[in-house]
Design a protein around this ligand. Sequence first.
Ligand code: NDP
Length: 361
Amino acid sequence: MFEKVEVDESYIRIPKDRLEEFYINVLTALSVQKEDARIVADNLIIADLRGIESHGAQRFGRYVRAIKKGTVNLKPDIKIEKESQVHALLDGDEGLGQPVSYKAMMLAIEKAKENFIGMVGVRNSNHFGIAGHYSLLAVDRDMIGISMTTTRPLVVPTWGLERAVGTNPIAIGIPVKDKPPFLLDMATSVVATGKFELYKRKNKPIPEGWGLDGRGEITTDPNKVLSEGAELPLGGLGELLGGHKGYGLSLAIDALCGVLTNATWSKWVKNTDEKRSNVGHMFIAINIDAFTPVEDFKERMKRMIEDVKRSKAMKGKKIWYPGEKGAFTAETRLKIGIPVYHKVVEELNGFAREVGVERLV
Ligand code: NDP
């Protein structure tokens, strides 16, 4: 039994199926279409199963509040604006981010089956949850999957003093023989915004180097970063530890998801609880057989990973590959349930009361 997160608050374990049923009940009571509710629930569940606390049960409230406020179109008319054998551009019609993202990746996969590669952009969308969910759809079909998105601006550019770029995540999923898939699923800021929210809820200081206060000084107060300051790009402050690379990666994602799709770049992306959030996404599916027989490739991926894992580790430490800890955490949580903090359970039960469905527990 392995869990990658230290569960450090009072919580209860809830079986995945119960959580899934609960999310779908609340969302459909709020008039979300059943299939769309299922996809949103899947995203939240995959996050919690894999130990991505920032984007599981804790994140549900943000969607509920946006839906109640009426900023999300619950009956979107998703249109294919452009299409070829290998690409497409979808207009999400201001609907929830997860359903249109699911459709977009499935379309990319269909194209890759026939034509070896599929690349599908989305504009006019909303927050899509964890990027890894969509890359895993390709991995499940023995393909390589890449997913990314713009987000609202919460991060300073290198040497900048104000929020100007997004936490723009990217997830690259690759199948591996006899092992959990490689899944690098990461924000291009030091950490995802949800981690600041997590520390705020726990009333704990953030590590030095995650964010700045309103005066541009390093702070350990998550409230200051969230209210008046800014997050730092992956690599941190300045150029010494590579902050410029995280910033550059974030801008590249803005270019692919926001500029290329004719959505908008992070500076202009709005929060889900504001109208016309206009988030842009990009999904790529690569059919491995286009390059090499898929089974040979998976075998070589396994050898590549084993080579790295066999290298010498620091005392008391172990070498992991991206996606490994997440997969083991999911295996454990499928058996013993997902830990949901009491404060989050209270919030979820509050939503149940408001919309008239059964409490979570
Ligand atoms: P983490 O820093 O927790 O993890 C990033 C990646 O590093 C994961 O693939 C993880 O794999 C891997 N990893 C962790 N430890 C090791 C290790 N020792 N060796 C090798 N690889 C390792 O993620 P972030 O905080 O950056 O992002 C969390 C989530 O937030 C992501 O799912 C992302 O998609 C989402 N996000 C969504 C946004 C949105 O607006 N929709 C915005 C920003 C982020 P493993 O899972 O196996 O630990």
